[in-house]
Ligand binder design. Structure first.
Ligand code: ZN
Length: 253
């Protein structure tokens, strides 16, 4: 895949036809202003130069697969100072054909170990590779209205993890961090309340993946998906987070 990129220091431009095909698939990328689109393409080329894709089982990494992931993975970095440095703690991207069953082990407060299976569309490990299900990467092309995007989700975790804590807060100076956590916590609790009301009492489920109610770290990843793929609806549902996310992801120069 993209064999012509290997070993090069400067990332050459991505072929026009392949880039246009990717934009056609992902509306939220196609809708970017022209200058942003050019920057996105440069970042995607650097991502392809620096990262190594591995297909799980007999899944083949084609140019289409690598480019679809690269173009979406760099979207959160578009206006962030440092660009691709945000992802410099890992190299590997592991792609599975479909969802994966992960065996989980948790120890409860009584030191009893519980094991269970979890079906996942992706996973990000601190300083480790990002795992993605291609089936879900493809599905993101038609779930913009739902604010769903597995690639943005996993790379939002990577940004959250940069300061060592998966706490729903990206690296920030102390004062900004306090403000961030207060606003996120309030929005998280409100979201969680709504998912519980929907679950137990049949109320209207809130917009966005209920998985966001698992923890504040998941809430950050889930709200980032919505922020990047469906900003208008995100602003209606989470008005208090819109300015917060803009301040971080689009800092004034
Ligand atoms: Zn997650």
């Amino acid at each position: 895949m993209f064999g012509w990129l290997r070993g090069l220091r400067a990332a050459p431009a991505i072929p026009e036809a392949a880039w246009q095909a990717t934009l056609r698939r992902y509306r939220f990328l196609a809708e970017l202003p022209e200058a942003d689109g050019m920057r996105l393409r440069e970042l995607a080329a650097l991502f392809l130069r620096d990262k190594r894709f591995h297909g799980a089982g007999d899944f083949a990494i084609t140019d289409e697969v690598a480019l679809a992931i690269a173009a979406q993975a760099v979207r959160p970095l578009l206006h962030l100072p440092g660009g691709l440095d945000w992802y410099d703690d890992f190299v590997g991207i592991v792609v599975h054909a479909g969802e994966v069953v992960a065996r989980r082990r948790v120890t409860d407060v009584d030191a009893v170990v519980h094991e269970y299976d979890e079906v996942i569309a992706g996973e990000a490990m601190e300083h480790g590779p990002v795992m993605l299900s291609w089936q879900d990467v493809l599905a993101s092309s038609v779930t913009t209205d739902d604010g769903y995007n597995v690639v943005i989700h996993e790379f939002a975790h990577k940004i959250d993890m940069r300061d060592g804590a998966v706490d729903g807060c990206p690296p920030l100076p102390p004062a900004a961090r306090t403000t961030w956590l207060n606003l996120m916590q309030t929005a998280y609790e409100r979201f969680r309340e709504k998912t519980i009301l929907a679950d137990r009492f049949g109320a209207e489920p809130p917009w966005l993946d209920a998985y966001g109610a698992e923890s504040i770290g998941e809430f950050f990843a889930v709200t980032c998906e919505a922020y990047f793929v469906n900003r208008a609806r995100f602003g209606e549902e989470f008005a208090e987070l819109l300015g917060l996310f803009d301040g971080f992801f689009r800092p004034a120069r």
